[in-house]
Design a protein around this ligand. Structure first.
Ligand code: ADP
Ligand code: MG
Length: 293
């Protein structure tokens, strides 16, 4: 493993033998002005197979940059990304990314959209594809909407269809980059529950990115905290809350203790960024201040 990690960071303490994905010492800069902008600096993490890992960090901390490197859309300046021991060198169907922008095909019905991946792959017989697509649509509450087109669905429904469309492909690694951003609070909570219903059934290896603390803890088996610019994983917290997760967990003592622990670290990071003039940091300062409510 790459050196330079203080004791207690994920790169040195986790058991690599169970890791589906290992990111080691990844550094990435963008040359915009005269000075290079360092988005990621010696960023290391590990995703355990079949676990839902959530990465939380403020806006601009390099989360999407990290996802893009893991997906193979961009290459790192230094460091390595290994999926099941194999270096990642470009995009591949084994790493599927879900973004916040809905990307359903507008000319296909909901059912056709969900069935699209396996249909193109041609690895399953037709009736299996149809049955699996219907089953997943049922899971995300869209059974009655199977013959509707995306424009006939609400924003939340479109994203649920999107989740089903991604999950049906059973990628080795699912990457979700703030998939519920921009949804109103109630829709968002519903989305989280639908997402968990899919995850808790399939148990795929998932990296879920968010900047929302409640979402992060509610979903996660393991929570990774990212520092403010440049991005680096500063802490990993195992979330030992029972599954299936239910909304009532959000008021439990165990949950609140995790939240307090995470917010304290994120708050420190936000203060540093605040001092450096980052507007995004204000979100975290505010979240921390209102944590008792
Ligand atoms: P996040 O997803 O956490 O909000 P990003 O990964 O999008 O953060 O961005 C991290 C930093 O890298 C930001 O300062 C951003 O301006 C910069 N950045 C990201 N992508 C590019 C790019 N393609 N060109 C130049 N700078 C970029
Ligand atoms: Mg982003």
């Amino acid at each position: 493993m790459i050196g330079g990690h203080p004791p207690g960071t994920p790169a040195t303490t986790s058991d690599t033998s169970r890791a589906a994905l290992v990111v080691a010492g990844v550094t990435k800069s963008y040359q915009i002005g005269p000075e290079p902008e360092v988005a990621l600096d010696d960023c290391s993490l590990m995703l355990e197979a079949g676990k839902l890992t959530v990465l939380i960090g403020p806006s601009g901390s390099g989360k999407s940059t990290l996802i893009n490197i893991i997906a193979g859309y961009e290459s790192a300046d230094a460091g390595s990304v290994l999926l099941d021991g194999q270096p990642v060198s470009g995009p591949s169907a084994d790493r599927l990314v879900v973004f916040q922008e809905a990307a359903l095909f507008p000319w296909m019905t909901t059912l056709q959209n969900v069935a699209y991946g396996p249909k193109v792959q041609r690895q399953w017989p037709r009736d299996k594809i149809a049955a699996e697509a219907m089953r997943l649509l049922e899971k995300v509450g869209l059974r009655e909407f199977r013959d509707k087109y995306p424009s006939q669905l609400s924003g939340g429904m479109q994203r649920r269809a999107e989740l089903a469309r991604a999950m049906i492909n059973e990628p080795r690694l699912m990457l979700l980059d703030e998939p519920f951003r921009g949804l109103d609070a109630m829709t968002r909570e519903l989305m989280q529950e639908y997402f968990l219903a899919l995850y808790e059934e399939k148990r795929q290896t998932v990296l879920f990115i968010t900047s929302e603390i409640d979402e992060a803890i509610f979903l996660a088996d393991r929570l990774l905290l990212m520092s403010n610019k440049p991005g680096r994983i500063i802490k990993a917290i195992d979330i030992a809350l029972p599954r299936p997760r239910q909304a009532k967990l959000l008021t439990s003592q165990a949950y609140l203790a995790y939240k307090e622990e995470a917010l304290e670290i994120l708050h420190e990071e936000a203060l540093k960024a605040f001092a450096g003039g980052s507007k995004a940091a204000a979100d975290f300062v505010e979240a921390y201040a209102s944590r008792e409510q």
